[in-house]
Write a protein that binds this ligand. Structure first.
Ligand code: NDP
Length: 263
């Protein structure tokens, strides 16, 4: 049997085991996916190897450490410098970032987008910005403080803090901060956010499973919006394709992972 797992801390809330195990069962894979709480990120690769895992996902707070420890980093993960997927192949740990393509897949429902405003400048924002730049979308980043902005400036994004931002229209505004996750806070000052939403065609929150105050505002203004459910689903689908070396169709994987998510 091939063994897989997700590493993070905390990890009890993770939906990934439900998604992956449902797809493994329904697609006839002899595989099992567990969750592992790992406090010390320095021990990630060592733990992955000692458990004899075929692949893994990595979540908060270990994505940067996972990048540093990988033997080989593939694709857009080299730009993001954070990874959420490990594959064991020919004695090496190969690392990928599926958050970025997962996000891009999730925004296809909004139609063609030429400009995006990213609220926040953390790990999720890096993945979102990297894929948007790669796809030729004009990308602006708005963060509460300046210290995390140099990464995005190097990427070629337009960057602002709350102090120097002048509102203009965007095709999509996406919240990648944790504001609204466990509280009722907004990802930017209320007045600024009102102006942003008044001039935005679509809104999305990376947070999933709840309507955040940010999404409530978008909804009340009649702006098409969605939470991070599809992003979560598609990062999982793309990781599953890597785990199973594309033996199954994306449609089938998506169907069974979606089913797993609602269990
Ligand atoms: P990080 O901790 O890396 O990012 C934090 C960022 O948010 C920083 O830029 C910080 O600003 C800003 N921030 C935090 N709190 C506030 C606040 N109250 N008001 C304004 N700005 C704030 O977080 P992650 O990137 O790891 O995760 C962000 C969110 O994305 C989480 O809620 C997570 O659940 C979600 N997520 C969803 C995924 C999905 O598949 N749907 C995948 C991954 C994450 P500053 O720099 O000033 O401190």
């Amino acid at each position: 049997m091939n063994l897989f797992a997700i590493f993070g801390d905390p990890i009890t809330h993770s939906k990934s085991p439900l998604m992956h195990n449902n797809a493994f069962i329904k697609l006839g894979e002899n595989a099992c996916y567990n969750r592992i709480r790992l406090e010390d990120g320095e021990r990630l690769k060592e733990t992955f190897l000692s458990l004899g895992l075929q692949g893994a996902n990595i979540t908060v707070p270990h994505k940067e450490k996972a990048y540093e420890q990988a033997d080989q980093v593939e694709g857009i993960a080299t730009t993001i410098q954070a990874v959420n997927t490990y594959i064991y192949q020919e004695g090496k740990v190969i690392a990928y970032n599926t958050d970025a393509p997962g996000f891009y897949q999730s925004i296809q429902s909004f139609g063609t987008l030429q400009s995006i405003l990213i609220l926040g400048a953390g790990g999720t924002a890096k993945a979102v910005a990297a894929i948007c730049k790669e796809k030729g979308i004009k990308t602006t980043v708005l963060n509460r403080s300046a210290s995390r902005l140099p990464f995005f400036e190097t990427l070629g994004c337009t960057c602002h803090t709350w102090e120097d931002f002048e509102v203009h229209p965007f095709d999509l505004v996406v919240n990648t901060t944790s504001a609204g996750l466990k509280d009722d806070s907004l990802p930017a000052p209320e007045e600024t956010l009102e102006q942003i939403l008044n001039q935005s065609s679509n809104a999305m929150d990376a947070i999933y499973g709840k309507q955040t105050p940010f999404l409530q505002k978008a909804e009340s203004k009649g702006i098409p919006n969605k939470d991070g459910h599809d992003m979560l689903l598609y990062q999982g689908v793309i990781a599953f394709e890597l785990f199973t070396q594309k033996r199954h169709s994306r449609e089938q994987i998506t169907q069974f992972m979606q089913q797993g998510l609602s269990l």
